[in-house]
Design a protein around this ligand. Structure first.
Ligand code: SAM
Length: 224
């Protein structure tokens, strides 16, 4: 397990991705163990919300998608709370044990690109350092895809990070705000909560917020 640190040599300061010019070879990050974004457990805010009973599955068999799931700590936390979880990541090698662990809880790991991922629609998308990891040019397409991947009434829950990081500093992690995410979800979704997290991840330079948005009914889903 990699302990997140502001002093990590390869990805300094941000605790999630650092200043890597150009496209990131995510597989190489995992192969070389340079994964400072990895908290070694579920995000504390997700754990807090799950143990407090919010973000509970709305019914038996409710399905959650975790794009950019990494080693799957959040995915497993959701699965242990009763969600049927699909953990999705470009990098398959992180999915070996994760796939088996999720399968025991009724879920699965999928190796693939979230930008063209298709499946039955989900009740929940949990996004923790996925939106900030993709190229900002892919945010619009992801917003459209996410809208398709959510059931009407389904929730997009996001750990908004790195909040307040200027665009000029580049990424990943690329700076993001709740408004950035809501913009690409467009009229398909409405914000129902947008707050500072109560339990921050340790050793992260930038602020974290929690955003909960609900997918509107099909009559209102009109991509911009
Ligand atoms: C910063 S890491 C976060 C991992 C995990 N959410 C966590 O908090 O530990 C971003 C993850 O997104 C994955 N990723 C990047 N682009 C992706 C894409 N287009 N589709 C699926 N996964 C992607 C990377 O392989 C990486 O595991």
């Amino acid at each position: 397990m990699v302990t997140p640190s502001e002093d990590g040599p390869a990805f300094p300061a941000d605790g999630v991705g650092g200043e890597v010019p150009g496209p990131v070879d995510w597989a190489d990050c995992y192969r070389s163990g340079q994964t400072p974004w990895d908290l070694g457990g579920a995000h504390p805010e997700l754990s807090r919300r799950l143990s407090g009973g919010s973000l509970a599955p709305p019914r038996d068999g409710a399905r959650a998608l975790v794009p950019g799931a990494g080693r799957g700590h959040d995915a497993l936390a959701l699965a242990r709370r009763g969600w049927t979880v699909v953990a999705l990541d470009l990098v398959g090698l992180v999915g070996g044990d994760l796939g088996a662990a999720l399968a025991r809880l009724g879920g699965r790991f999928v190796e693939g690109d979230a930008l063209d991922f298709e499946d039955e629609p989900f009740d929940l998308i949990w996004d923790h350092t996925f939106f900030c990891a993709i190229d900002p040019a892919d945010r619009g397409p992801w917003g459209a895809r996410a809208g398709e991947l959510l059931l009407p009434g389904g929730l997009y829950a996001a750990l908004v990070f790195p909040f307040g990081k200027p665009e000029s500093e580049g990424g990943p992690p690329h700076g993001m705000s709740s408004a950035d995410l809501l913009r690409v979800l467009g009229t398909r979704a409405e914000a129902i909560e947008d707050v500072e997290v109560q339990r921050k991840a340790p050793a992260r330079r930038w602020a974290e917020r929690f955003l909960l948005a609900r997918r509107r009914g099909p009559d209102l889903a009109s991509p911009a």
